[in-house]
Design a protein around this ligand. Structure first.
Ligand SMILES: Cc1cc2nc3c(=O)[nH]c(=O)nc-3n(C[C@H](O)[C@H](O)[C@H](O)COP(=O)(O)OP(=O)(O)OC[C@H]3O[C@@H](n4cnc5c(N)ncnc54)[C@H](O)[C@@H]3O)c2cc1C
Length: 348
């Protein structure tokens, strides 16, 4: 048994990028697998719930806090091995992996530069940006199975990755990710698939040029963590882009035209998704449902640069943030008949 340092009544707001919410009744920081195991055993023995905290960049902490044990992941081993193999403990900052890969000219994560948080959280919602998703380079995920308290490795094909989802996101009560093995491509070309990126990088751009361009584009949208940016307290995109059937997309576009939000149904943005489905643009739906960029409700509001992220201006509460999100969802549903799904997880 390792020595567990359980703390009491630890404020969680400073450990999240939104800076909202109450304390953890019990809190422990774990930096190896043995301590992680002991922490979950301790919670089970005490009859307490337990929740996992990474970098807190995709998390909403309720104002009343969390009555169980919050386990902060600090497993920090990081190895870059021959052939593009990278093994990262769940507590490794994601940026160390992107920077390490690019300095070795290993392709596969260049478009994911600037995403905050830790390596262990990247498989949870299969992080993605600018045409790249982490699932493309995940070879294996090592997990602690909560029910049996045993470690096992899951091959990428078993992780049920999809658009901002995975087995771990759909069954959070089952798994804790302890490390991830990535398979990058030494000397490989960078991914320039996204139109906005392609417009801004030269043909044959290096991985470093792609990363710099991605970071510049992200900065313009307040999508990097920068304490000097007045929009810095966010959890990134607050809603997923809705993926609907083609007939639902048609219905929604016709409704928008009937309500004179567009002059013709074809003007509602839509993108092909898998299995004949259609991806709609959540930011467009939000703005066209009447919420302009920068709309405020007291201490919370929409980002001034785009309508997809909610921001906390300081002195607010999680309840205010969630109430504003509910207001947006209700209006989008009424205007377009489309349900928006929240992206950040609620610590509950
Ligand atoms: C400015 C900004 C920009 C962003 N841009 C993007 C983007 O472009 N693309 C994108 O996909 N996301 C983006 N995000 C969201 C976020 O950064 C990612 O989802 C990130 O992977 C979350 O990592 P984290 O360590 O902060 O996780 P946390 O916020 O701490 O946790 C998120 C969820 O994962 C669970 N979790 C975390 N670690 C583990 C683990 N080891 N095992 C089991 N469960 C775990 C938590 O319990 C929680 O439910 C952005 C966020 C911000 C603030």
């Amino acid at each position: 048994m390792t020595k567990l340092e359980i703390q009491r009544d630890v404020p969680l707001a400073p450990l999240t990028t939104l800076g909202l919410g109450g304390p953890a009744k019990h809190f422990v920081r774990v930096d190896d697998e043995a301590t992680l195991l002991d922490a979950l055993r301790w919670a089970a023995d005490e009859g307490l719930r337990s929740a996992i905290l990474g970098g807190g960049s995709n998390l909403i902490v309720p104002d009343e806090g969390y009555s169980g044990l919050v386990v902060q992941m600090a497993l920090g081993d990081l190895e870059f091995q021959a052939g593009g193999r990278v093994i990262a403990g769940a507590g490794v900052p994601w940026t160390s992996i992107v920077d390490g890969a690019i300095s070795r000219a290993w392709a596969g994560v260049e478009c994911l530069a600037g995403i905050p948080g830790l390596a262990g959280a990247t498989p949870i919602q299969n992080v993605g940006a600018y045409g790249q998703e982490v699932a493309e380079v995940i070879a294996e995920v090592r997990v602690l199975r909560r029910e049996t308290l045993t470690f096992e490795s899951l091959a990428s094909a078993d992780c049920v990755f999809g658009y901002r989802t995975s087995l771990f996101k759909s069954r959070p009560e089952c798994y804790v990710v302890s490390s991830v093995r990535f398979a990058l491509r030494p000397g490989g070309p960078g991914a320039v698939r996204y139109t906005e990126l392609a417009k801004n990088v030269p043909v044959g751009a290096s991985l470093d040029e792609i990363r710099s361009t991605v970071l510049a584009l992200r900065r313009e949208k307040s999508m990097v963590l920068d304490a000097d940016d007045p929009n810095h307290r966010s959890a990134g995109s607050f809603f997923l882009n809705p993926v609907v059937s083609a007939s639902e997309a048609d219905r929604s576009a016709e409704q928008a035209a009937r309500e004179r939000l567009v002059s013709a149904p074809e003007l509602v943005p839509r993108f092909p998704a898998t299995d004949g489905h259609v991806k709609l643009a959540a930011g467009w739906l939000i703005e066209n449902a009447g919420f302009q960029k920068g709309t405020r409700r007291g201490a919370v509001g929409l980002l001034t640069k785009h309508a997809l992220a909610l921001v906390h201006h300081g002195g607010g509460t999680s309840s205010e943030l969630l109430a504003f999100a509910d207001e947006i969802r209700a209006r989008v549903r009424e205007r377009f008949g489309v349900d928006l799904e929240r992206e950040p997880r609620l610590l509950a």
